[in-house]
Write a protein that binds this ligand. Structure first.
Ligand code: RP5
Length: 172
């Protein structure tokens, strides 16, 4: 597939995937896998709101000038990472609640979704589905400007539909 957009040609990340801990990678890898499959240039970093707050501020401050068009932020428990990123940058933040051990991710979900009016975080489902859908949503945001990403997204959705139609008898 020929990718026309300059930013992609140069491998410059359009989407940042960040997470509060290395332990979140098991979940957040599903975002990276989707972006990879759709040909969306991206970067992956551990950035903790609590353990590395200065790194969080630097990441948010430089996000726009580095060309990021969306930030997918996953965190668990007291999941302040997506909201704090959104507070520090106008680049859209897509929040992924990681499934916590203690409360099954309800803590993460509520921490991310209950933002005060004025600082939005687009919040996705708890866990792997949320990570995958955040990536698909980021790709949809980019599709208007990057036709190759739009084409890849259309192809993925058509394939998904075909897969269901070809396996519509659950006994087989
Ligand atoms: C959060 O605390 C992280 O996003 C992670 O989900 C959770 C637990 O982190 P670890 O103790 O596994 O590093 O900040």
């Amino acid at each position: 597939m020929t990718v026309t957009a300059d930013a992609i040609d140069q491998g410059k990340p359009l989407v940042g995937i960040v997470m509060g801990s290395r332990s979140d990678w098991e979940t957040m890898q599903h975002a990276a896998l989707r972006l990879e499959a759709l040909g969306v240039a991206h970067e992956v970093r551990v950035v903790s709101a609590h353990r590395t707050p200065d790194v969080l501020f630097d990441y948010a401050a430089s996000a726009k000038s580095r060309g990021l068009r969306a930030i997918i932020a996953g965190a668990g428990g007291a999941a302040h990472l997506p909201g704090m990123l959104a507070a520090k940058t106008a680049v859209p933040v897509l929040g992924v609640p990681v499934q916590s051990k203690a409360l099954n991710g309800m803590d993460s979900l509520l921490s991310i979704v209950q933002m005060p009016a004025g600082i939005p975080v687009a919040t996705f489902a708890i866990g792997n589905a949320g990570a995958a859908n955040a990536a698909l949503f980021a790709a949809a945001m980019l599709a208007a400007d990057y036709s190759a990403i739009g084409d890849a997204l259309d192809a993925f959705r058509a394939q998904q539909t075909d897969d269901v139609a070809r396996n519509d008898d659950p006994r087989k």
